[in-house]
Write a protein that binds this ligand. Structure first.
Ligand SMILES: C[S@@+](CC[C@H](N)C(=O)[O-])C[C@H]1O[C@@H](n2cnc3c(N)ncnc32)[C@H](O)[C@@H]1O
Length: 291
């Protein structure tokens, strides 16, 4: 990736990032081994002048999802946390439509969304997708004040949709997910950052496997959760500053996981996630409401 190419998408910051990436200068020491042992780095083949970074099981793009998604195919799931403000809601429909084309049949989408514009959010999911459920992601200890509505929000919806007629999530799943790592850590990487442990729980809870796509990657939280739980990841982020943060965090996560057990730091969370699950028969009042 030349400095001139980097300027196409990201301005001075992206150009500087591409220059530093090509030399590995400016990154924490000890990461070069990961760089050398993978296809890591900007390779100049980046889609139409988009920045692209690849490592073992991970492909990251810096660009607008509406432009990048047509290059992607065959993902098993979309797990994402789009921006919630009013001006971003119009992005949802074209991005989810493009995700649909990138998803395998029977793929799942789990989208963590805000509630302020809920009717518009719900209307933006492709009509052909099957609505499965709305999970509850608790924002423990970080209640979010929604000033115009006079609401202190204590949870966020997780919209769960299936492609290709996928209707259910059996075996039984508990629909409440609690974060793990705390908000200070998440928000130190991105002003809207999420919790890696919480996202790993989402992957485990909803049996999401294979290759996961996040078209609104931010600082790479979904990607790190994928690495720590052994999933492949494709991420897209428009802002070069957040893209760089994601690359750096994912580099570290890959190196950490290379020197740990397969489940990396997520063994405890996996147990916790499974403990929260009702067994297939206990505590479940069977209902035909959704049939
Ligand atoms: C809510 S944040 C995601 C935060 C992420 N979950 C994390 O933990 O860091 C949404 C991200 O979407 C990015 N974004 C907005 N519009 C985009 C677009 N058209 N294509 C790609 N990314 C976009 C924003 O720059 C922002 O970083």
């Amino acid at each position: 990736m030349s400095t001139a190419d980097a300027n196409i998408v990201g301005g001075a910051h992206a150009a500087d990032f591409a220059r530093r990436s090509s030399s590995s200068a400016g990154y924490p020491s000890g990461l070069e081994r990961v760089v050398e042992s993978t296809k890591d780095g900007f390779d100049g083949r980046g889609a139409g002048g988009l920045l692209k970074w690849e490592a073992e099981g991970v492909t990251l793009y810096c660009g607008d999802s509406r432009e990048v998604l047509p290059l992607i195919a065959g993902v098993d799931a979309v797990v994402t946390d789009p921006p919630y403000k009013r001006e971003f809601i119009e992005l949802y429909a074209p991005v989810f439509a493009a995700c649909d084309r990138a998803m395998k049949e029977s793929a799942l989408c789990v989208a963590m969304c805000g509630q302020a514009f809920l009717p518009q959010v719900v209307a933006s999911f492709p009509a052909a997708w099957e609505y499965i459920w709305t999970g509850c992601y608790m924002v423990n200890g970080a209640r979010v004040p929604i000033w115009p509505r006079g609401i202190s929000a204590g949870w966020k919806p997780l919209f769960i949709y299936g492609k290709g007629g996928k209707k259910g999530l059996k075996p039984w799943k508990m629909d409440v997910v609690n974060p793990v790592d705390g908000w200070a850590e998440a928000m130190s990487h991105h002003e809207w950052g999420q919790d890696v442990g919480g996202f790993a729980k989402i992957l485990l809870r909803f049996d999401i496997e294979g290759t996961v796509l996040d078209p609104f990657m931010g600082s790479g939280t979904t990607g790190i959760a994928c690495i720590r739980t052994g999933r492949k990841f494709v991420g897209i982020e428009r802002d070069p500053k957040h893209f760089e943060t994601a690359v750096q965090r994912i580099r570290v996560a890959l190196e950490e996981c290379a020197s740990e057990l397969p489940m990396g730091g997520m063994v405890g969370e996996r147990q916790q996630a499974l403990e929260l699950e009702p067994s297939q028969t206990d505590n479940v009042r069977i209902s035909d409401d959704a049939t």
